[in-house]
Design a protein around this ligand. Structure first.
Ligand SMILES: [Zn+2]
Length: 113
């Protein structure tokens, strides 16, 4: 499933001015001119859109991980192109999740309400 380079540009949500992992338990995302918005590791893990997580086996595994949501940590974060951030999660060592800025914005908005 890999190998096709997508050149998709997300124009709806601009790149955050700052993204940081706080204590491994939440991602704090700041857009220019806005207050920092935090999204917890478990919310991000539940929202993972990768092909692996969207499969039946993946959904079952994610469900198992989420039953112990207080153990979920973000162990790594890397920018992907100009539109997303890739996150690594413990304890299931999930590393294929890519979170677009648009998805982050949606999760952050629902978190702050
Ligand atoms: Zn995933």
């Amino acid at each position: 499933m890999s190998g096709s380079q997508s050149c998709r540009v997300a124009e709806l949500v601009e790149a955050p001015s700052r993204i940081e992992v706080a204590a491994g338990t939440e991602l704090v995302v700041t857009w220019e001119g806005q207050a920092p918005a935090s999204v917890t590791a478990s919310v991000l893990r539940a929202a993972c859109q990768c092909a692996d997580c969207r499969s039946d086996a993946g959904l079952a595994r994610t469900g198992g991980v989420l039953r112990r949501s207080d153990e979920i940590r973000i162990t790594g974060a890397r920018l992907v192109g100009a539109y997303a951030v890739s996150l690594d999660f413990a304890p299931d060592n999930h590393t294929t999740g890519i979170f677009s800025y648009e998805l982050l914005h949606r999760l952050a908005v629902s978190a702050t309400d």
